[in-house]
Design a protein around this ligand. Sequence first.
Ligand code: ATP
Ligand code: MG
Length: 649
Amino acid sequence: MSDKTYPPSSELVANAHVDAAKYEEMYAASIKDPEGFWNEHGKRVDWIKPFTKVKNVNYDFGNVSIKWFEDGSLNVAANCIDRHLATRGDQTAIIWEPDDPTDEAQHITYNELHENVCKMANVFKNLGIGKGDRVVIYLPMIPEAAYAMLACARIGAIHSIVFAGFSPDALGARINGCDAKLVITADTAPRGGRRTKLKDNVNQALLHDTDDVKCLVVKRTGDQIAWRSNDDYWLHEELEKVDADCPPAEMNAEDPLFILYTSGSTGQPKGVVHTTGGYLVWASMTHEITFDYHDGDIFWCTADVGWVTGHSYIVYGPLANGATTLMFEGVPTYPDAGRFWAVCEKHKVNQFYTAPTAIRALMGQGTEFVEKYDLSDLKVLGTVGEPINPEAWNWYNEVVGKGNCPIVDTWWQTETGGHMMTPLPGAHATKPGSAMKPFFGVEPVVLEPTSGEEIHEYPTEGVLCMKDSWPGQMRTVWGDHERFQKTYFSDYKGYYFAGDGCRRDEDGDYWITGRVDDVINVSGHRMGTAEVESALVAHSKVAEAAVVGYPHDIKGQGIYCYVTLMSGEEPSDDLRKELRTWVRQEIGPIAAPDLIQWAPGLPKTRSGKIMRRILRKIAENDYGSLGDTSTLADPSVVDELIENRMNRD
Ligand code: ATP
Ligand code: MG
């Protein structure tokens, strides 16, 4: 790990919402007096009926119950739209950048957003949707996806977004999982120059449906589609029947806002439930402070709205703050590997937020794709989704940020609603690969994995848990409160257990070491697989690596590495030796790989995370029972890996 720290520029510090002193002061206040702190900051959103109770939380296994602002009422859509109209009705709320760069971008003002959302809400009502009903959104990254989310929020319906890359089976399971009354989709979806047949997928997903689920279709491309029966509707036809008058419904702070399935990188996806008041406070506050967002800035989060990152940092957080948020329909490599940077230049993006998987992929393509573009408007860069290797961090910092843009490495989960640990741009000198500090109100603890005892001293390493609740915390697993309690509150009693391991360094800064399951024990030495992966990726011929443990007669566990080489590099036994020597030198002899398998591709979820549980099975030579693979982006990768597996005893 690098010892080097990267302090923000004095100019940035001077303008920042939160500098070092303010962070210390606010953080201390948030922990010492959470009631007082959230009583004040809960007011950053507009309440119809102001709350008088701030927090009511029970973490005891068997009785877990989490409530924030429980006697207040509000409407999320009114907070994201209506309250801005008087001052910023003509300001752009959403910039939409289409898949094909030669198609025209759209600028949607807050006034237009208001009209579009109200009309869509009235269409939903006409289709029989009301408070508490579930609506599945299966749309590409088009403005209608944001309208649909906000239209649900406006009338108190609960949305469940299913990423448009998911198969009919995965979609069907999610429609049934929440008994949705309505699915909104598009005819077909262009992405990276190809087209996905969304409406066809819905038809397949609903083939055996007996509940008369209605389907509303956005005409995105005009491609030919098959109609089911009289339960299908064109959105544009329904819009002609409604006006733009739709008063926002009064919702209790604890009414569900949405259900969202986790990405499933460790197991069966869980239907995470977020509620109205606490979630909005958390999403808007973290958006403003983590990215140091200022009025007039252009904010771009490259996630899909099908993931929680898209919920909190494309739609709810930015719009609650009256921001201009960019929504991108395409992929980072179409028409070429310069697309992200072309879009940054074109729309003068100030804050850019993406995932390590995208950074690593673009890094492998060379710097010329970045250097072609003027990125001088960038102020803050962000990353989320996986631990970021120092190699990728440095590339992001130097090549994209030109050393001038603090990188916020934000650690959080679908379950947490928003950022939990991250450096703040004007407050902290960053360290490549460290999530640094807890956000306000977050009280992380490091536990000894087997005894569950809190470790107070540092440096140290162990299991990451949260001592207390925060407003954005998930409230339950949809339809299965038992599973909620079992997953998060049973292993370490009295804490929220995130499933991740971490290290707290000598300065008290946090480093996420990956999933607890990804810690391996080699001859009595515990290490995070992420560390070995980082060492491998630091080699000039390696594009990507995934490391898992496998049973080893002598060492207990051996180190099994899947390595993807840079394009143009040839695999060879000499290169295997070279990589083994390299990791020895980088980390130490204990971390030397036992087996290295060349992997042209790695099994990833559709959100781009490596599914290590599958790699573990293959490494253990136990590939017969791979478990749920429905969220894999490309299942054929797995067959290739099984065929060429290295451990065949
Ligand atoms: P499932 O819970 O179904 O297995 P998932 O955990 O991949 O899926 P998400 O909620 O999308 O679903 O991901 C959260 C996880 O992503 C975290 O628990 C952590 O392991 C990882 N993660 C997110 N951000 C970071 C980060 N900045 N650094 C390290 N790890 C991160
Ligand atoms: Mg998870």
